[in-house]
Design a protein around this ligand. Sequence first.
Ligand SMILES: Cc1cc2nc3c(=O)[nH]c(=O)nc-3n(C[C@H](O)[C@H](O)[C@H](O)COP(=O)(O)O)c2cc1C
Length: 176
Amino acid sequence: MSSQLDEKLMVIFGRRSVRVYSPGEVDEGVVQKLLAAAMAAPSASGKNPWHFVVVRNRETLSRMSGTLAYGEILGTAALAIVVCGDLEVAHDNQLSYLLQDCSAAIENLLLCAHILGLGACWLGVHPRVERIKKIKEVFFLPPAVIPVACISLGYPGESKEPHAVYNPNCVHSESW
Ligand SMILES: Cc1cc2nc3c(=O)[nH]c(=O)nc-3n(C[C@H](O)[C@H](O)[C@H](O)COP(=O)(O)O)c2cc1C
């Protein structure tokens, strides 16, 4: 198996966590594309249990920032999207399916952001109890709705090298 980066896959290898943003608003049309990409993700039994809270309000961003690791990057981000899942909708009402579905949506969103020239970073919420509590409070989430992550977004103020992290030790042929 080759570890060479295929040019056609550079969208995948080039996606990196961007934590520095340059000033500039992100158009609503661009946000709609991010959300459409997120909602195109696979989900267990096609339940699509995700919800997305789009946050541009600077005061709200600042309230979120204190509870998140590297949350201070929300100070210069144009917006954040809080990705949540509804346990009442998730397949078999299973938390694991909710998390897997929302994670697939998040990865689609991150790749879409990269394709559209935005920088983005996954700021983890679940399973940190204090972060879940704070985000539920800030956004008045219904009891069955669980915040999974906050995605910070903006035009990039830093550039990073594409990933080249193929690790043959993680690959097993036919059996472990
Ligand atoms: C489940 C999960 C939680 C993460 N939580 C945070 C976080 O709280 N803060 C942060 O700055 N980055 C967070 N990240 C981003 C990772 O730090 C980042 O993806 C990793 O270091 C690899 O770098 P890359 O995204 O540039 O490839 C998270 C990523 C994942 C998948």
